[in-house]
Design a protein around this ligand. Structure first.
Ligand SMILES: NC(=O)c1ccc[n+]([C@@H]2O[C@H](COP(=O)([O-])OP(=O)(O)OC[C@H]3O[C@@H](n4cnc5c(N)ncnc54)[C@H](O)[C@@H]3O)[C@@H](O)[C@H]2O)c1
Length: 443
């Protein structure tokens, strides 16, 4: 791990006091996350899907028999110590939004209705040109320019930290996918970025203002959508300068998660790939936003990169050169948040004989994403206390398009990502990293 990422870390300070988790976006994912944390706190549910709450980590040799829960090994914020803050251009409380999202059953929402009703979104920085399909955007900030709007977000962060008594904060973008923006000169240095904010430059999207505000307030930023957000030199340099961890982009939930499980398996057996066709039907608000070609372009870019980096066609041209890869998302309201994805995978084996794999995944998008919000928030807070700053590649496990240091290929293989995550925790806690060499039996 390079010093620029690791910083001059001493032993991480313990997680004492409250942690404020800020979510720009109080839609399906955010409310499923918040409701889940509250249900677990009240002993009503189990935090299934969360590594920070349920996974163990092996320490030392296999014969040592040491495999504590991750949360007992590293000092993570307790669920009871979490407070929530959200922004959304739609004024619904977390209760109304959760009911509209239709992810959780009424029977699961009602017992915590009082709590969800107490979470009201702060007015958002929002412009419909970046997310065209949102109607009802009435809860929106006004300001003299984009810099002023970013300053208002910073003030919101400080106010909520103060009123809730939180000593630390972390921000996870759970807002809509914005239209595609390519990095330009405005994104290269912090001076250019601040000038562009002053000039209301179109290249500065709302999610960038939230990311800027978080970093300026010393709060880690995690990007659950494929938006450019904090993935450019100006904000990455700012994050290093301010000692703030950042990570992104785009939660790796349904189909891409499956891809990063199956593709490493094909490559491990040196089986070839002729083509991979993926299609989805999805009926929630996210699906509606992604029905807009400009928002889908952002998503497509993040979904397409995965197979090439795992399969390395340049290293294995006989197996993977020029395979076809198609990804489609279709908005289909009857399914709500229950996405259905189909994958048709054309593979080839010994002597080039063709075979097919079909995957039909009936998944619940927000049920898969919610525990990731929790883990990213808790691990990013831990990273901050451990003196980590800039891009947190060890959190690639959670992302479709992991941010990496300039010039590096992202790691997409889920199992390499998992090893990296756990080894980073071991390393930060002064334990040996595990290589799975199994040499202990020969020593
Ligand atoms: N659910 C998944 O499995 C999954 C996976 C990967 C990525 N994501 C991404 O996570 C994000 C949230 O997904 P969702 O299903 O909750 O969508 P959603 O549409 O239910 O919620 C998004 C919310 O963000 C709000 N919003 C839009 N612009 C905003 C702004 N500028 N400031 C504050 N709030 C803003 C919207 O009003 C909406 O309430 C999307 O970008 C989605 O692409 C979700």
């Amino acid at each position: 791990m390079s010093d620029s990422i690791r910083g001059n870390a001493a032993a991480p300070a313990p997680a004492t006091g409250k942690l404020a988790i800020f979510t720009p976006g109080l839609g399906a994912v955010a409310t499923t996350f918040i409701a889940g944390v509250e249900r677990v706190r009240r002993g009503l549910s189990v935090p299934i899907g969360s590594l920070s709450q349920m996974a163990t980590i092996r320490l030392g040799k296999r014969t040592d028999g040491r495999s504590p829960l991750i949360k007992d090994f590293v000092s993570l914020a307790k669920l009871d110590d979490i407070v929530f803050g959200a922004w959304d251009p739609i004024p619904d409380t977390a209760y109304e939004s959760a009911m509209n999202a239709g992810v959780l059953d009424k029977a699961d929402i009602e017992p915590i209705a009082d709590f969800l009703k107490s979470i009201k979104p702060m007015p958002a920085v929002f412009e419909s040109r970046y997310v065209t399909r949102i109607t009802r955007a009435t809860n929106v900030k006004t300001g003299k320019n984009k810099r002023d709007l970013a300053e208002q977000i910073r003030a919101d962060i400080r106010n909520l930290m103060q009123s809730s008594g939180a000593s630390r904060g972390v921000m996870v973008w759970t807002g809509s996918t914005e239209t595609y923006i390519a990095p330009g000169p405005q994104h290269q240095t912090i001076e250019a970025f601040e000038k562009a904010m002053d000039e209301n430059d179109d290249a500065i999207a709302p999610s960038m203002l939230y990311a800027y505000a978080a970093i300026m307030e010393g709060i880690p930023y995690c990007n659950g959508a494929p938006n450019l957000s904090a993935d450019f030199p100006a904000l990455l340099d700012l994050a290093i300068a301010r000692g703030v961890p950042v990570s992104g982009k785009d939660f790796k939930t349904g189909q891409t998660w499956m891809k990063t499980i199956i593709a490493p398996g094909l490559k491990a057996r040196m089986l070839g790939l002729e083509g991979w066709y993926s299609t989805n039907i999805l009926g929630n608000r996210d699906g509606e936003v992604l029905d807009d070609p400009a928002s889908f372009k952002t998503k497509e870019a993040s979904k397409l990169s995965v197979l090439h980096t795992i399969l390395q066609p340049d290293v294995y041209p006989e197996l993977y050169k020029d395979f076809a890869h198609v990804v489609r998302i279709n908005y289909y309201p009857p399914r709500g948040d229950n996405k259905e994805g189909w994958d048709n995978i054309d593979i080839k084996g010994w002597l080039g004989y063709p075979m097919q794999i079909k995957v039909n995944f009936l998944c619940r998008d927000s049920i898969l994403a919610a525990p990731m919000v929790l883990d990213l928030a808790l691990f990013s807070d831990f990273a901050m206390r451990a003196g980590m700053k800039g891009i947190q590649e060890w959190l690639s496990f959670y992302y479709k398009a992991p941010q990496t240091a300039p010039g590096l290929q992202p790691e997409h293989d889920l199992f390499i990502q998992q090893t990296k995550l756990k080894n980073t925790l071991r390393h930060l806690m002064g334990e040996e990293q595990i290589t799975h060499l199994g040499l202990e039996y020969y020593q």
